[in-house]
Design a protein around this ligand. Sequence first.
Ligand code: PMT
Length: 402
Amino acid sequence: MNLAGKKILLGVTGSIAAYKTAHLTRLLIKSGAEVQIVMSTSAFDFITPLTLATLSKRPVLSQFKKDETGEWNNHVELGLWADLFLVAPLSANTLSKFALGICDNLLSAVYLSARCPVMVAPAMDLDMYQHPAVQSNLSQLASFGHHILHAESGELASGLSGQGRMMEPEHILEEVQNFFKISSDFKGKRILITMGPTQEALDPVRFISNHSSGKMGLALADAFVSRGAEVFVVSGPISLNVQKDKFHWNSVTSAAEMFEVSAKIHPEVDIAVFAAAVADYAPAEVADEKIKKDSSILSIKLKKNVDIAFELGKQKKINQIHIGFALETEREAEHAKAKLKKKNFDLIVLNSAKVAGAGFKVDTNQVDLFHASGETVQLALASKAKIAALILDQIKTIPVWV
Ligand code: PMT
């Protein structure tokens, strides 16, 4: 794939593999990409900025201040400029800074302020690579949704042999090309996502709700955006740190509000994902004043809420795709398949409330996917970011996908 028009910020850290970054830079430039290199000063021991500046045709950046005039290298602007932040090689030291959010040089400041996707190619000795601290930091970066280009096996600079070599530049180029191919596969698609819980008021200070954090829905919204889609989020009350300007963001509280807002957006979208944990019932009456604790037993009358997915499922057009979720505690597959049919979904994602590390609140999920066509796909426990990416891949197999 030609990378013309793609802007790549290439981070280089202190590792012997930095000499291979010269070849990588050439490959990226030859493929048409614009490459801006940011080095940590310890990378200077392994390759000169002059070499990389010559190959990338741009001055290499490593300091906050550009020169004696005191002009500022704006790390925020660099992060906004790039379509991809690729760090190759990534040393164990810089990896740990990324995992912990430590900001003590230009490279780590650019990393923390980058809004673009991040891809890292770690390189280190085999025992360092296998160390639980390094593996845990890599998992942490993966949970941020970053792409990890795992080290390759072979002879290492120490003379030992094993996994730790930075991925070969040709393979990194393939990963970058593949990334850009995938990152535009939902371009032109408009997506509606319901997410989070709903809150159903009992009185001015209390409500009925559930444990949904919105993490699964947000991971899906992020995945769609990173693959080129325009995303309309309708979210119940959540307390996640969200970069809302990436989406058309709508905050709602109750199921009735979620339905009202979703119904307006629905006719205009290609894909609707119902990831919200909508309260099935709401208090039949909302007290005007705080309910007093006068009696030992208090009965609350509940009325059924609108079923958003069911109602919009009735309006689904021939070229629209609907994805549902199910959270079950017993006869899980049977219940999920019944909902798939009843709510006119093309695909339902079943997460079990019983599997450790799956369902509400956690950063990971384990799901089974049931297609309307009858096909079933089981996905192993993984970060919600990874599960979201795999759900998007499955959406592309649905017959009405074009
Ligand atoms: O938010 P997290 O903490 O990350 O947790 C993720 C999650 C568990 C909330 C999510 O992955 C999930 O499973 N959401 C749906 C849970 C649920 O309410 O399932 P359900 O079986 O009650 O509903 C089935 C489907 O109908 C869902 O797509 C739901 O959004 C939709 N529905 C349900 C009721 C209703 N009144 N309106 C709806 O649209």
